[in-house]
Design a protein around this ligand. Structure first.
Ligand code: SDX
Length: 461
């Protein structure tokens, strides 16, 4: 535990310490009395600069210890800006509220990838290229048919996205501008197709091929829900709602899944494999899987009368309030606010979902409770999204899949930025070793250890 001296709060009217213009950090190692000047850049110090701090010359040198990287910048990025305290989210500087009001998901994906809004000809070319790449190789269908009927669609999406790398072997030419563009287009274009095919496999229904007359969100709805009609007629209100949800989930700086894409991508693997790693990370219930977990939680609470006892269980750490809390937002997630504002439009086009009342009351009682506000736990993007997906007749297993469709734009934009980053190196953290040293091999007959079939994992009896 650091024993930092808390500096006295500046006196009334005192502006506190004034920048001296000397952008260095002086640290004194009290074990040796030696002081070190560490350069400060972008309000950070380079962790590698700590290595000079040693007690003995032969020591490895000091490292920073930051499990889960709660206070470590892994890269420089210009794609997404988040101010967690103020609840601000911007993509290439444009506030998410403006993008949801004026833009489309495909235009936002262009913005994320190329860094500026497209001109009309650029947008038309981009939309055309995505539209004509929505088909997947027919062999993917054989691949998907190997899954059990009840396989989780995230598992099928993870596997089929990784499999795409085998259909495009030139994607490993990661610095070839044409291969990079093709991989970018293919991933954005094919993710809805793979997602919808996974859903249709679960339902035991025939696959619906992409319809190039439809927009990106309309085509996704068609591939999901078209039955015997010759042409799927999407409800424009639902297509708009899905497109806004795609925009809201498109990118979120260095979250768990994006860090996975960057980490795996740093080995120079192809982008399909790197994005598959992102899907695997997003699958987790603490990350993208939270929207599905929110619905399960609301179903378990069942009635407004049960909210106080549920919140008591959360305070006793017997439950987690899924859809609440965030590593960065210590205020209301701006995306949750926008999703909530769109809920009414969706419910106009569908039947009302009674879970909305339960969720709204749960949010109210939680935000009236010091346990949550003192920990700065507010609704995040997952708290209301599941309720809307359910109103759109999308089953819970598909909620995170929809998140993955949208986040593919962010993942590929971050992958492109990472591969061009002059600081790029293969990701390989260090560790603090806590295990045994210089042990000897014990012959089998001499081992007297207890029946160690438990510990980090337990052998089923
Ligand atoms: C996403 O990173 C991103 O940008 C992610 C995302 C994106 O767009 O990519 O925004 C998408 O993943 C949103 C988050 C979805 N996950 C959930 O809704 C799951 C529930 N939330 C928690 O698991 C948690 O809030 C996290 C994982 C989101 C954040 O965890 P942190 O930053 O590690 O926070 P923490 O666990 O250190 O919590 C601080 C305190 C702790 O209390 P104390 O032990 O200090 O007393 O708050 C408590 C936690 O116990 N806490 C919760 C809680 N979240 C944190 N208590 C109850 N319910 C919760 N949901």
């Amino acid at each position: 535990m650091s024993t930092e001296q808390q500096s006295e709060a500046p006196a009334e009217g005192d502006e506190g310490p004034v920048a001296s213009g000397n952008d260095t950090l002086t640290v004194t190692d009290n074990r040796t009395g030696r002081s070190y000047e560490l350069p400060i850049e972008d309000d950070t110090i380079k962790a590698l600069d700590l290595r000079q701090i040693k007690v003995h010359e032969e020591d490895f040198g000091m490292m920073a210890f930051d499990p889960a990287f709660t206070n470590t910048a892994s890269c420089r990025s210009a794609i997404t800006y988040i101010d967690g305290e103020a609840g601000i989210l911007e993509h290439r500087g444009i506030p998410i509220e403006q993008l949801c009001e004026h833009s489309t998901f495909l235009e936002v994906s262009y913005l994320l990838v190329f860094g500026e809004l497209p001109t009309r000809p650029q947008l038309e070319a981009w939309v055309h290229d995505v539209t004509i790449h929505t088909f997947v190789h027919e062999d993917i269908k054989k691949f998907l048919s190997g899954f059990r009927y009840d396989a989780h669609p995230m598992g099928m999406l993870l596997a089929s996205t990784g499999a795409l790398s085998t259909f495009y072997p030139d994607a490993n030419k990661i610095l070839d501008p044409i291969e990079r563009y093709l991989a970018t287009i293919r991933l954005i274009a094919k993710m809805p197709t793979l997602a919808a095919f996974s859903y249709r496999h679960n339902m035991g229904q025939p696959y619906v091929y992409p319809d190039n007359d439809l927009s990106y969100p309309e085509n996704f709805l068609s591939m999901m829900f078209k039955m015997t009609e010759t042409k799927y007629e999407p409800d424009p209100r639902l297509a708009k709602a899905i497109d806004v949800l795609f925009i809201l989930h498109a990118d979120h700086e260095q979250n768990c899944s994006t860090s996975a894409v960057r980490g795996v991508g740093s080995s120079d693997v192809d982008p399909y494999s790197a994005v598959a790693a992102g899907i695997a990370a997003l699958y987790g219930r603490l990350h993208g899987g939270a929207n599905e977990a929110v619905l399960q939680m609301l179903r378990r609470i069942e009635s407004v009368d049960n909210i106080p006892s549920f919140l008591d269980a959360v305070k006793k750490r017997e439950e987690k309030l899924m859809g609440f809390g965030h590593r960065v937002y210590k205020n209301y997630d701006p995306r949750a606010r926008i999703i909530k504002s769109h809920a009414d439009e969706v419910f106009e086009a569908t039947e009302y979902n009674p879970l909305v009342e339960l969720a709204t009351e749960l949010e109210k009682q939680a935000l009236d409770d010091d346990f949550f506000t003192s920990r700065k736990l507010y609704p995040n993007v997952d708290f209301y999204s599941g309720i809307i997906y359910e109103a759109l007749k999308i089953p819970p297993g598909m909620f995170t899949v929809i998140f993955a469709i949208a986040r593919t734009a962010g993942w590929i934009a971050q992958w492109l930025e990472m591969t061009d980053d002059p600081d790029k190196k293969i990701s390989r953290p260090r560790q603090i070793y806590t295990g045994a040293r210089e042990a000897n091999y014990i012959p089998l007959g001499e081992r007297t250890g207890e029946d160690r079939i438990s510990g980090p994992a337990t052998r089923p009896s």
